[in-house]
Design a protein around this ligand. Structure first.
Ligand code: DX5
Ligand code: ZN
Length: 227
């Protein structure tokens, strides 16, 4: 799914439309508070604009120290999936349950330096586990292949415990790295720079989807295959 962070901020509505018309299954929207990460990006009004503009799923990634204070605002703005960080300064389990009670899909995500085990206790409450394959805060960074064992163990945990969450990957995803993530259990792929920077986003999305779907189809039973 295209990540709006890499779009031209001078024409965000057009970027949302373009990303979905090009075949994106959802739009990824990065929210940064300049405290949890050293950058500022967008807020609920951008989510509201995206909701008015496209009917596709809005996958909203909160890189915030206190996401719990803003859940309602983002869900009212139109977020379908709301992802919070395990490193946030709040009761993550309560926040995830609140997201579900407010009618959205709860997701958990973790920084590269955080071990998979840190999120195990909350996996029963989520619909999506997003593995950060770069340090959160900026687009255009290099994919950290060292995150793949962690992704595999999060995928395996779901299989072993019969939990039906998506495994998403975020950071440095392109035609070369999406299949690596797919081979380790990812079924949703967030890509900013590689999709918005492609000469033709439609071709890039379908190539990314094909590349990811071809990998280990016999071992990975994807319920959703999203780019
Ligand atoms: C980084 C964000 C990502 C970012 C990915 O903090 O969470 O969603 O947009 O950008 P690329 O695809 O350029 O690595
Ligand atoms: Zn993100």
């Amino acid at each position: 799914m295209p990540s709006l962070l890499a779009a031209d901020f001078g024409s965000l509505a057009e970027a949302c439309r373009h990303a979905i018309e090009a075949g994106g299954d959802a739009l990824h929207i990065d929210i940064m508070d300049a405290h949890f990460v050293p950058n500022l990006s967008m807020g609920p009004d951008v989510v509201k604009m995206a909701r008015r503009t496209v009917s596709a799923e809005l996958h909203v990634h909160l890189m915030m120290t206190r996401p719990d204070l803003y859940l309602k605002r983002f869900i009212e703005a139109g977020a379908d999936t709301l992802l919070i960080h395990i490193e946030s300064d709040c009761d993550v389990r309560v926040a995830l349950q609140e997201i579900r009670a407010l009618g959205a899909r709860p997701g958990i995500t973790l920084k590269p330096d955080t071990a998979a085990e840190a999120v195990f206790p909350v996996l029963e409450f989520v619909d999506d586990v997003l593995v950060m394959s770069v340090h959160p805060g900026y687009g255009g960074q290099r994919f950290m292949e060292t995150m793949m064992p962690k992704m595999r163990s999060l995928y395996d945990y779901g299989q072993t415990h019969h939990l039906n969450y998506d495994v998403s990957v975020d950071g440095g995803i392109d035609l070369a790295t999406a299949p690596i993530a797919a081979a380790n259990g990812a079924n949703l792929f967030v890509a900013g720079t590689s999709l918005f920077g492609a000469p033709d986003m439609k071709t890039a999305i379908s190539a990314m989807r094909d590349g990811a779907c071809r990998v280990h189809p016999e071992t990975i039973d994807f319920t959703r295959k999203g780019v």
